[in-house]
Write a protein that binds this ligand. Structure first.
Ligand code: AMP
Ligand code: GLY
Length: 422
């Protein structure tokens, strides 16, 4: 079996690693992949959002299954085009990818299907003075979100109206995110522990993966700017069994019913970003894919053959598959280049990868890396996700940080409090 994985990050390295453990011994291709995925399979030099090139590559290599890692190719319609060409795909079609591609679409979907979410209203670029008047009254803080895709840079937490005006200036006067911010979702600022719930859907049936927690802020103590994710842990003791079953009935099931009611035939992973506030649990966002770095801590916990699992998603046969777990806890620490999520240097040689990976129960997934001759160089803001497994979160955490300390590159930075106190 030949499987093509679209994407270039830690999530895609983890997907490839998990598939490579399967009894089916699949042949793997990555487009474009990174220095880590090169050890698992061939790299194809193509842009995953270039839909016709992806279809042509899938045909040229006669692949049996395509797994789409990131959101941009899904929003661009890569799954539609691949399915039209007769391929099996893990990843929703363009219409369903709007759940991530448009925050206004996602909010309307939540409202329609009775899924609890933060109160909100839409602000339109061509009604700027109305937006100002309304924002001036929001003294309790507000969150502004660009409607369209912004690679994790479209959410702004504003504690007072002045901060909100500054964001509006950036988005509408300086046009920092272009048309992605023509519509802004303005919603109530909620405070509380977050939770990532990822669900595999085959159109009708679904399997909920174990809960994971992502550390989104750049600095220790949840301070600093939002990032793509600085670390992750699974499971998440912040939420008890009762709350997890409530999430299943109030959030996951209505989501699946909504997808069916809209006739979206969703085949792929859907990610629910939840937060427990004083008012109760609220859904902040959908992603139409696996999370990064959540995937790096979730997949090592799964016992079920991942080739069988992904094929079942693509073929609508999840009813036949049980999701079995093995490892109790996994902690992942993301090593970044100083400056991320702002500007950062690249091209620094990385040392210690083999020593770290040789430790027991440790996995090092590459995010932004590339190979040059014998060297592996940094090639992104998030460089590696260093993961370790244990019977307790505390053990996994200690091992992950031990492994992280063996790896070095100039300007290496990381949070020191991932999974602390859990
Ligand atoms: P989103 O892409 O909508 O999930 O937003 C990214 C991150 O911004 C979330 O994971 C939260 O950390 C934060 N965030 C989003 N919406 C809210 C909100 N209404 N209140 C507080 N924080 C939020
Ligand atoms: N870790 C959050 C995301 O993948 O969007």
């Amino acid at each position: 079996m030949k499987i093509l994985i679209l994407g270039a990050g830690g999530r895609e390295h983890a997907i490839g690693w998990k598939l490579s453990e399967s009894d089916h011994v699949p042949e793997l291709l990555f487009a474009p992949g990174n220095a880590g995925t090169q050890a698992l399979g061939q790299s194809l030099d193509l842009d995953p959002t270039d839909v016709s090139s992806v279809v042509a590559a899938a045909q040229a290599h006669a692949v049996d299954l395509i797994i789409v890692g990131p959101e941009a190719p899904l929003v661009a319609g890569v799954a539609d085009a691949l399915r039209a060409a007769g391929f099996q795909v893990v990843g929703p079609n363009r219409a369903a990818a709007q759940l991530e591609g448009s925050k206004a679409f996602a909010k309307a979907f939540m409202r329609e299907f009775g899924i609890p979410t933060a109160e909100y209203r839409l602000l339109h670029r061509d009604q700027e003075s109305e937006a100002h008047t309304w924002l001036a009254e929001q003294t309790h803080g507000i969150v502004l979100k660009a409607d369209g895709l912004a690679a994790g840079k479209g959410v702004f937490i504003c504690r007072n109206p002045n901060q909100a005006f500054e964001v509006l200036d950036q988005l509408w006067k300086h046009n920092s995110l272009g048309a992605a911010a023509d519509i802004i979702v303005a919603e109530e600022l909620l405070v509380g522990p977050e939770l990532s719930i990822i669900v595999a859907v085959d159109g009708i049936n679904f399997r909920t993966l174990p809960p994971a927690k992502d550390y989104k802020r750049a600095y220790d103590g949840d301070l600093g700017p939002n990032t793509g994710g600085m670390g992750a842990v699974s499971p998440v003791p912040d939420y008890d069994t009762l709350e997890l079953s409530l999430i299943e009935s109030r959030f996951v099931e209505p989501t699946i019913k909504g997808l069916q009611a809209r006739g979206l035939n969703y085949r792929g992973f859907i990610y629910l970003g939840l937060l427990r506030s004083r008012k109760g649990i609220r859904l902040l966002e959908y992603n139409v894919r696996l999370g990064d770095p959540e995937t790096q801590v979730l997949l090592p916990r799964i016992e079920t053959d991942f080739v069988d699992f992904c094929v079942a998603i693509a073929q609508g046969r999840l009813a036949d598959i049980r999701l079995e777990m093995r490892i109790d806890a996994v902690v992942g620490v993301v090593l970044t280049a100083a400056g991320y999520p702002g500007a950062y240097p690249t091209g620094m040689p990385i040392t210690g990868l083999d020593r770290a990976a040789a430790l027991d129960h440790t996995l090092v997934f590459h995010s932004g890396t590339r190979r040059e001759g014998d060297q592996i160089l940094t090639a992104g803001g998030r460089v590696l996700t260093v993961c370790a497994a244990g019977t307790r979160i505390e053990d996994a955490r200690r091992k992950a940080y031990e492994a992280a300390s063996l790896i070095d590159f100039e300007h290496k930075t990381f949070r020191t409090d991932i999974a602390d106190g859990l």
